[in-house]
Design a protein around this ligand. Structure first.
Ligand code: BES
Ligand code: MN
Ligand code: ZN
Length: 500
């Protein structure tokens, strides 16, 4: 897809589809008003006859003759007073989706015109980034094991119009970032949707390798089980103990910032399938546990995004990857393991495995003396109960980092909500036989927080945040599929870091 800016005035815009906004008050604004006047009040007629009511997501494609544009696309944007980035995103996505079902090859969007200030740097950046991201979001197709999902897409060029104004550089940057984030999000979704018999730890390594090989500031290291054993990663190894599929730990270094800058560490849970192990999960919906590597897929998506944009940052991406399956060699409930940090862990439930692999990954990551560490994990069913599919669970030992991540979520419509990590919760994971238990031994509540408290025991004094994405990383039911979250929020964070 080619993304560009278009500075032409309405009557000179050459395109197949000219997108303009219609709000639910029926009042035409900006470009919509101009297009209406240039076409004999055609849109007024559509509104009067309720061909369009301006609901968010509504789209009408209208053929016109004798104009430099072939179609007017009316894009429902809801209530004018409530026109948020989230509504803009929904409206754009739905219009592009509709257009993608036609043979039209080009689009110019003026949906924002009359509602938003395209000459404001931050607005311009957001509007164009959302436009590019939206294209990638609606054009994602899972085809690896179902070829009939393949739709031919004819659209080749998407432009954001300024209606005669000069295009400020932030518009271009937004398109460039949106394109890179959008493509990386497609990869995150693809890896999530792949079944566990294809998407193994070894497969994840091959994907990470391909990405990191393309950039000269990037290096990839992969630890195998023998190397993990040498490093005393017994917590991670206890999770893979039942599996014949080999475990891997991906460590991808990207050093593109100044030498003096400490790296940002990003860690993603990479359980390529979670059966629960000996503490076996029930069969119902167990297939969804192929998504238990969505923290890992997001980490790999971020590798792709930062290397493609060549962001001036230092970052280390860590992916502990393995299967959690039962067998005669599997870890048993009550087994005590000594983690890489030396802390002993009583594995009371082998289904609380994510925290076990993350513990060693977070310990390992400290050898980079990071500026801060962020982990993403489909960690607890309790997070789905607490926050559903809307907010990710955010936990941190640093108010500043928590605030930053919260804000990144707000800016990208990839929202989080913070949960407390106080000592009362940490007291729930005591063990009679080890330094810590891997589940609560004092009451069954606050499962997301007790998991966060467990992780906190392995981050030392470093600033650290944990994002529980169990509820947001994939959709269930008829629309079952990976969402690509939290790529939006994490991209925002790394882009912000690259400006400091
Ligand atoms: N991967 C699961 C968490 C999960 C469950 C995510 C359902 C999304 C939907 C995790 O490994 C797990 O099994 N957690 C247990 C922890 C419990 C044993 C303390 C859970 O949430 O039930
Ligand atoms: Mn589990
Ligand atoms: Zn899991």
């Amino acid at each position: 897809m080619k993304f560009a800016t278009n500075k032409k005035i309405i009557n000179e815009i050459k395109t197949d589809c000219l997108m303009i906004s219609v709000f639910n008050d029926g009042k035409l604004r900006g470009a919509a008003k101009l297009v209406n006047n240039a076409n004999g009040k055609l849109i007024d007629d559509f509104i009067k006859n309720k061909d369009i009511q301006g609901k968010i997501g509504q789209t009408r494609i209208i053929p016109v003759t004798g104009k430099s544009y072939k179609r007017i696309v009316l894009v429902g944007c809801g209530k004018f007073e409530d026109f948020s980035q989230k509504n803009y995103r929904k409206a754009i996505a739905s219009a592009l989706s509709k257009i993608s079902q036609t043979n039209h090859k080009s689009v110019v969007s003026l949906v924002h015109d009359g509602a938003e200030k395209i000459d404001n740097p931050n607005k311009a950046y957001r509007l164009s980034r959302v436009l590019a991201e939206s294209w990638h979001s609606i054009s994602y197709q899972y085809t690896t094991t179902k070829k009939s999902n393949l739709r031919k897409l004819d659209l080749r060029k998407i432009e954001i119009g300024t209606n005669g104004k000069k295009a400020i550089k932030d518009l271009k940057t937004g398109l460039e970032h949106g394109d890179a984030i959008g493509k990386a999000t497609k990869l995150v979704r693809h890896l999530g949707d792949l079944p566990a018999n294809i998407c193994t730890p070894t497969y994840l390594v091959s994907v990470a390798r391909k990405i990191m090989n393309k950039n000269k500031s990037a290096t990839l290291k992969v630890l195998n089980e023998a190397q993990m054993k040498k490093l005393k990663m017994n917590s991670l190894l206890s999770v893979t103990a039942g599996a014949s599929e080999p475990a891997k730990m991906i460590v991808a270094e990207f050093n593109n910032g100044s030498k003096s800058q400490k790296p940002i560490v990003v860690v993603g849970k990479g359980i390529t399938f979670d059966t629960g192990g000996i503490s076996l999960k029930p069969s119902n919906k167990m297939d969804e546990m192929k998504y238990d590597m969505c923290g890992a897929s997001t980490t790999i998506g971020l590798m792709q995004m930062v290397t493609e944009l060549n962001l001036p940052i230092n970052a280390v991406f860590v992916v502990p990857a393995c299967e959690n399956v039962p067998s005669s060699t599997a870890t048993l409930p009550g087994d005590v393991v000594t983690s890489m940090s030396g802390t002993t862990i009583e594995v009371l439930n082998t289904d609380a495995e994510g925290r076990l692999i993350l513990a060693d990954a977070l310990t390992y990551a400290q050898r980079y003396k990071p500026k801060l560490m962020i982990d993403m994990a489909t960690l607890t069913g309790a997070c789905v109960v607490a926050l559903g599919a809307h907010h990710s669970g955010l936990m941190s030992n640093s108010d500043q980092l928590a605030d930053q991540l919260f804000q990144c979520g707000q800016s990208t419509d990839d929202v989080t909500w913070r949960l407390p990590l106080t000592e009362d919760y940490a007291n729930q994971i005591v063990s009679n036989f080890a330094d810590v238990a891997n589940i609560s031994t004092r009451g069954s509540g606050a499962g997301t927080i007790t998991a966060g408290c467990f992780l906190q025991k392995f981050v030392g004094d470093y600033d650290w945040a944990h994002i529980d994405i169990a509820g947001v990383a994939w959709a269930e039911g008829a629309n079952k599929g990976a969402t690509g979250r939290p790529m939006g929020l994490m991209s925002e964070f790394l882009i912000n870091e690259s400006k400091t």
